[in-house]
Design a protein around this ligand. Sequence first.
Ligand SMILES: [Zn+2]
Length: 125
Amino acid sequence: MNEKIKNQLFKKNIFYKYDEENKLYCIYVPCKKIQTNEVAFDCPFCFDRYKKCGEPFKNSISVKHFHGYTPDASGNIGSRTPHCSWQTRRYWDLPPFEFHLFDKFLITTGNQGSPSTPPVNIADL
Ligand SMILES: [Zn+2]
């Protein structure tokens, strides 16, 4: 994972960890239920408009991604394959990763496997 990605995740206050077993990064994104069976979140990487050189425009906005809603009791929705565009992947040079979704309105304050206390704080890296 390169510095540009790390900085972006830090700016957005998003945690991640490396999943040794599956050889990919797990990126923890808070999402919001929008339908009975659907959640949405602002992608930390995707923007709506890109310049020809591949950079997102300064005034471009984050793109939302949509996924099915199947939370467990603590608000974890599980891992999802990213829907990021090829422009996004190219711009950030994204490594293999998955989004780990959690419902920010269902998070309990306990430490029992709650994603509000993810294993790695990127500020510590
Ligand atoms: Zn995306």
